[in-house]
Ligand binder design. Structure first.
Ligand code: GLA
Ligand code: ZN
Length: 667
């Protein structure tokens, strides 16, 4: 199913549990939600100490009341499981529920998250409270969706986790220490293990120089989170099979591979806190759109939820500047344009005390609707009410960028070449920007995704090739696809073992028709220049020195000493397709021009059939076209035909002015 509601969800984190002694505030909340055109509330995220104030003593009365009130106002409740934070009694009685740091020291009670993922006690307590929630609210008219825990993240190094890690390794390496020793190259520094007990998690004071161990640990931590999650949802699936499940993820968070959750959640959701400014927001819009497309692509284009965003400011940046009205509205429209079926906030009402009391909220401490933020949110609510036509609509992209979590880990872990500038996400965002500025939709996919539906794929800095990936790239190109690879492609396998026999490895040398003999590293302010298409571009940070082996040279290094005149951009005809190699780390100007050529050659079309000025983005969802001005200035677009304005119902045609932070929604 691609949609769960006929309207865009508009709401956010709601903490009536903090106001249980002043219930008149609850009624006020409902009145204000109606006014703000909010149709949903996410409840109970951190409510465990109120739900179970003492072990085995439950108190659901307050939540019954809240759920009833939400239902009576027609609001959709996104009900959270409370495992993101636990009551003090639990840590006091069962210290094993608390996390052990990498140093080996167990954390004391405090903050949130901070729990062991392996602890049988914690899993049991969580499953029990989740079951009780499901039993109690399974037929409640307000129950709309489950919100599992909160921003799964972090890791635990306790003995239970170490044991589970060793068991996981035994499975991963087929019970064979020989296999593990080989794959981790443990002959190096005399690290051959003879007993599984000799292995533990990567630690500052222990082993921290074996990339394969670090990769294995991240994979294990991901699986431990996932199995914790699966334990959490088991009672919900059993008792409320009709209720969709989500868990809110963090933007490109690399501690775990969130993509592994995708098959097990119904709706992908994420928490979005970009660095918006009061001026030109083109760059924050690019990186935010990129993240939206990462999440949209997790379930092959199925709409996702923007589970959190701030309606005004956050509290955790060094300086939290208030934003002009219109900035957050445009940010919300960007999310919807890129596939969000919700605009949700952290938080509905500011807490009175505690760490987040100055974090933006729809309702401020003043407690009424007479604030700028409240008016802005209500205005946006009115806009979202007119966008039922996009709910559930998918975007079909014919181009993709490979941005793979495990590859990101590997590029972070290896030592060598340019140790200061890896910037894997950033590099992917640079390539994304070239498509975004032209309104050409792209998916952002992992390396183990089916490539066949795309006409063009760019895989920047694809250092790690997991099993079978090189073959699938070869097949894809053979069948007529266009693939663009860059410097440091195909260097290691999934255990960070280098491919022998020349890189790009694992067969890609033949696909690209090049051999990268050396990789050079440049410092800040140092550049090589590359001549391509009659223009000169700067190459920075990392440059491969390559030889063609069948590929044709499209661009060459100019100024640098011994590699002057050697190929820097190549194309290789392979089967029915073409494989391009960009041997250096390019700056935006090259990426923009190169991708412009690739887009034209591939015949990819822009969602906007008219020119987009700088800072103006366009994206289609279904039949609806969004045109958004992030430039911080007035811009003009010349529409190619007569459109109907979805918000006003009026006609739009020809030269059309987009004010600062303005947007058009057209059909
Ligand atoms: C995260 C959390 C929220 C809140 C916000 C503040 O996304 O999930 O509980 O702390 O950050 O920005
Ligand atoms: Zn643990």
């Amino acid at each position: 199913m691609d949609k769960y509601y006929d309207h865009i969800i508009h709401g956010g984190d709601y903490n009536p549990d903090q106001w249980v002694d002043t219930k008149e505030i609850w009624d006020e909340d409902l009145r204000l939600m109606d006014l703000a055109k909010v149709n949903s509330a996410t409840v109970g995220i951190f409510a465990w100490s109120l739900l179970e104030p003492e072990e085995g003593v439950y108190n659901f009365g307050w939540l019954d009341e809240v759920m009833d009130k939400l239902a009576s106002h027609g609001k959709k409740a996104i009900l959270a499981t409370p495992s993101g934070a636990r009551p003090p009694w639990m840590a006091q009685k069962y210290p094993e529920v608390l996390r052990v740091e990498e140093s080996g020291i167990r954390n004391e009670y405090g903050v949130r998250h901070n729990h062991c993922l392996t602890s049988p006690v914690y899993r049991e307590k969580t499953a029990k409270i989740n079951r009780m929630l499901a039993q109690r609210y399974k037929d409640h008219p307000a129950l709309f969706m489950w919100h599992i825990s909160n921003e799964y993240s972090g890791e635990c190094h306790c003995e239970l986790c170490q044991k589970a890690f060793r068991e996981w390794l035994k499975k991963e390496y087929h019970g064979s220490l020989d296999e593990l020793n080989f794959k981790w190259w443990n002959g190096f520094w005399s690290h051959r293990f003879t007993d599984w007990e000799q292995i533990s998690s990567p630690k500052f004071r222990g082993e921290n120089h074996v990339p394969a161990l670090k990769l294995a640990w991240r994979r294990f931590v991901t699986e431990q989170h996932l199995s914790f999650y699966l334990d959490e949802i088991a009672p919900l699936r059993e008792l409320t099979p009709q209720v969709p499940v989500t868990t809110n993820m963090m933007r490109l968070y690399k501690g775990i591979d969130y993509r592994k959750f995708a098959p097990f959640v119904d709706v992908i959701s994420w928490d979005n806190y970009p660095d918006w400014t009061n001026g030109d927001n083109t760059e924050p819009a690019v990186v935010t759109a990129f993240a939206h497309d990462v999440f949209r692509s997790m379930k092959n284009g199925k709409p996702f939820y923007m589970m959190e965003s701030t309606p005004s400011i956050v509290n955790h940046k060094p300086i939290n500047r208030q934003l002009k009205s219109g900035v957050q509205e445009l940010a919300a429209i960007l999310a919807v344009a890129h596939g969000a079926d919700s605009v949700q906030y952290f938080q509905w009402r500011k807490s009175r005390g505690g760490h987040e009391k100055f974090h933006g909220a729809v309702v401020d401490h003043v407690g009424n609707e007479n604030t700028r933020v409240f008016r802005d949110v209500s205005k946006l609510g009115g806009v979202l009410e007119r966008l039922d036509c996009v709910v559930g609509a998918r975007t079909e992209a014919k181009a993709a960028i490979v941005c793979d979590w495990e590859n990101a880990w590997a590029t972070e872990f290896f030592c060598g070449y340019n140790n200061e500038r890896r910037d894997y996400d950033r590099v992917c965002e640079r390539w994304y920007r070239a498509f975004q500025r032209r309104g050409v939709p792209v998916d952002v996919i992992p390396e183990d995704r089916d490539f066949s539906k795309y006409d063009l794929i760019v895989s920047p800095f694809l250092y790690m090739l997991k099993d079978g990936v090189a073959d699938r790239i070869g097949q894809y190109v053979k069948n007529g696809g266009r693939w663009v690879g860059t410097y440091l492609t195909g260097i290691v396998d999934r255990d960070d073992l280098c491919f022998l026999g020349g890189v790009p490895g694992d067969g890609l040398r033949e696909v690209f028709g090049v051999w990268a003999e050396e990789t050079d590293s440049l410092g800040e302010g140092e550049y090589n220049s590359v001549c391509f298409g009659g223009k000169t571009y700067r190459a920075e940070y990392t440059c491969d020195v390559i030889h063609t082996e069948g590929a044709q040279t499209l661009g060459a290094y100019e100024t640098a000493s011994y590699y002057a005149g050697t190929p820097a951009v190549t194309v290789n005809g392979y089967g029915k397709g073409k494989a391009y190699y960009v041997a250096f780390r390019p700056r935006q100007a090259f990426i923009d021009d190169f991708c412009g050529g690739m887009i034209a050659e591939t015949g990819l079309s822009s969602d906007a059939p008219f020119p987009l000025p700088d800072g103006v983005f366009a994206r289609k969802r279904g039949e609806v076209l969004f045109v958004m001005n992030f430039s911080g200035e007035t811009r003009c677009v010349t529409l190619d035909r007569a459109y109907s304005d979805v918000l006003t119902g009026g006609a739009r045609e020809g030269e059309t002015v987009l004010p600062e932070n303005g947007y058009l929604i057209l059909t």
